[in-house]
Design a protein around this ligand. Structure first.
Ligand code: ZN
Ligand code: ZN
Length: 200
């Protein structure tokens, strides 16, 4: 059975595939941090993406395993805060798609599972390894299995090293292979835009 997982924005302009998806190939996590929550409000997809505890299902994997099939020119990206995380979305319908580092130097790609084939995503990614930033979550999260960023970083580190040693760092669809700069100019939210967050 194929271990490839297709994704698409809600209007279907951007389509593509995550290759070689599996519980040991990447990490399926649920992130409750305020930035992930804010992102879905900013893009107008909170009701569709967030779970009852404000969690965003994510799959972090190696940077060159994501292939765009169509709509590449509709990819847009935004920095919600001064932090280096770059949030990629579809300009056509504002579907959140990926998170990455601000450039391709630290290679990883984190895919929004809400944009992935619902019939296959849980089977391929496995059960979530845990919930990140539950202190920011909505409601009672005492029953949720927690995961620390340190644990995720330890799992991410060997993938990062492989991406660097194999040359995959220069094969990520989101970054220019030569400069490792993002293929779309990032927008950084203004103070006014930040204040307007959470009003869906
Ligand atoms: Zn988050
Ligand atoms: Zn779209």
């Amino acid at each position: 059975m194929s271990s490839d997982l297709s994704f698409a924005c809600t209007c279907g302009t951007i389509t593509g595939t995550l290759l070689n998806v599996g519980p040991d190939q990447g990490d399926h996590v649920i992130c409750h941090c305020t930035d992930c929550q804010d992102l879905t409000h900013y893009l107008g997809h909170a009701a569709r993406v967030l779970d009852a505890h404000g969690g965003t299902p994510l799959y972090q994997s190696r940077c060159a395993r994501m292939k765009i099939r169509s709509g590449r020119d509709q990819l847009a990206c935004v920095h919600l805060t001064d932090k280096p995380t770059l949030r990629w979305y579809a300009a056509c319908c504002r579907t959140p798609l990926f998170n990455s580092y601000r450039n391709g130097r630290i290679p990883y790609i984190t895919t929004q599972l809400a944009a992935c084939d619902p019939a296959a995503r849980d089977r391929l990614t496995g059960a979530p390894r845990g919930h990140l930033f539950t202190a920011d979550a909505i409601g009672d999260t005492s029953a949720l299995p927690k995961m620390s960023m340190g644990t995720l970083m330890r799992r991410f580190f060997p993938r990062m090293v492989r991406d660097m040693l194999s040359g995959d760092r220069r094969r990520c669809e989101l970054f220019d292979p030569d400069t490792l700069e993002p293929i779309a100019a990032p927008h950084r939210l203004t103070a006014e835009e930040r204040q307007g967050l959470r009003r869906d």
